[in-house]
Design a protein around this ligand. Structure first.
Ligand code: UDP
Length: 389
């Protein structure tokens, strides 16, 4: 008998957690599992699920709920919490209706906020609960009082999939049940992201043929470290003229002001022709292919960092800060380069070292591809998830 799996997410943007979810659904054995999703908003995730023939119901949540504890300006926080708490019974009731109508066997929580209504609904209808935890539960990201609430809810799931040892470590440290936590890394489509993609097409398209390219790929949010990247670009651009820096990604969760700030910073540093903002690009495999080096420079513990495994799958060298999961994904100087966070000078040095030593860069890239094949193949990862359903 096929199992009906209900995936729940509170929004429909394409963040790392949602891309990971899409990859899993794409690779689910459809003879055994029937996927269905309830999203807190319409958007690209809903469109992508449609392409996978997975029904996505939109149960629109109010903006103040989706932005809860995330509002960069922290305006009206208390009011938003109170209003959200009053709305929860309605969200819970809606999920319970879907569970009953669609005969759901497993509820799969894909985001913290969706757990607030997804977990009670699943518990009340006695469904199995899988929680895919894509976040480090630390004070770096959450208010002090909200972590115990998240832990209270996670511990009500049957299994918690932590996307890295780092996520598991913080989960347990915060009081999470170690017996329920399993680490399953994110996976990457090794055919789509591969070392044979030509980078010339995108370079030509961007008018950058003949230039060296260093890219940073990820959503625009201050802890992702774009400021550090820009400062490193400044240091390098003062010394030489042949390197272009690409910032790829959009301000997904209300960080439009941050994007503006970054653009102003680039202008004030006189880097307008050196640091280019490309915005969000769907499946940016061409960017990996066209880049000489990819940088990941989060200044807080990174729960995973999908861009790192995509870079590896493309056989390109990655430089990453070591905080959180990158420190366990990358073996320093073997299949990537690890650095301390918040150090533009060090980052600039490491970038130049790789740019000026293409042989070393190629070796790192080849080792990285090997590791991606061994550890991050989405077919294997989806299989590991299926075992828990
Ligand atoms: N990404 C994308 N287009 C962009 C920027 C990023 O498709 O313009 C994708 C990227 O390929 C990766 C994901 O977004 O798969 C970001 O992954 P990460 O683990 O860093 O997730 P986040 O922390 O942003 O949720």
């Amino acid at each position: 008998m096929k199992k009906n799996i209900l995936f729940i997410d509170h929004h429909a943007e394409l963040g790392g957690g949602e891309i990971a979810l899409l990859e899993i659904i794409k690779n689910l054995d459809r003879r055994r599992f029937h996927p269905l999703a309830v999203l807190g908003d319409g958007g690209p995730l809903q469109d992508e699920l449609g392409k996978l023939d997975a029904e996505a119901i939109v149960d629109k949540l109010p903006g103040y709920f989706r932005q809860l504890d995330r509002d960069p300006e922290k305006k009206n926080k208390l009011t938003a919490f109170i209003r959200s708490a009053f709305c929860l019974p309605i969200f819970i009731k809606n999920i319970k209706s879907v569970i009953t109508e669609k005969n759901i066997d497993v509820v799969y929580i894909n985001s913290i906020k969706s757990s607030l209504y997804g977990i009670p609904a699943a518990r009340q209808t006695k469904c199995r609960i899988i929680w895919h935890l894509h976040d480090c539960l630390t004070r770096d990201f959450y208010s002090l009082w909200i972590i115990p609430l998240i832990i209270f809810l996670t511990n009500r799931a049957d299994k918690i999939i932590c996307v890295s040892d780092a996520v598991k470590k913080y989960f347990i440290k915060a009081g999470g049940n170690p017996n329920k936590a399993v680490v399953i890394y994110n996976g990457v489509d090794l055919e789509r992201f591969n070392p044979n993609i030509s980078g010339e097409f995108v370079k030509k398209q961007l008018g950058l043929s003949g230039q060296r390219i260093v890219s940073m790929i990820g959503r625009l949010e201050s802890w992702k470290g774009q400021r550090v990247f820009i400062k490193a670009a400044k240091i390098i651009s003062e010394k030489r003229d042949d390197i272009i820096f690409l910032i790829v990604g959009g301000p997904l969760f209300g960080f439009a002001e941050y994007e503006k700030e970054l653009k102003t910073m680039v202008e004030q540093l006189g880097l307008k022709n050196k640091v280019l903002f490309l915005g969000f690009r769907a499946g940016p495999k061409q960017i990996y292919a066209g880049s000489d080096v990819i940088v990941h420079c989060s200044v807080k513990p990174e729960p995973f960092g999908r861009d790192i495994i995509e870079t590896m799958a493309c056989g390109k060298p990655v430089i990453s800060t070591e905080l959180g999961a990158p420190g366990e994904i990358i073996e320093d100087k073997k299949d990537g380069v690890l650095i301390k966070p918040n150090n533009p000078k060090l980052l600039a040095n490491k970038i130049l070292k790789l740019i000026d030593n293409p042989r070393a860069a190629r070796i790192l890239g080849a080792n990285a591809r090997e590791k991606a094949e061994e550890q991050f193949d989405i077919a294997d990862i989806a299989g590991q998830v299926e075992e828990l359903l």
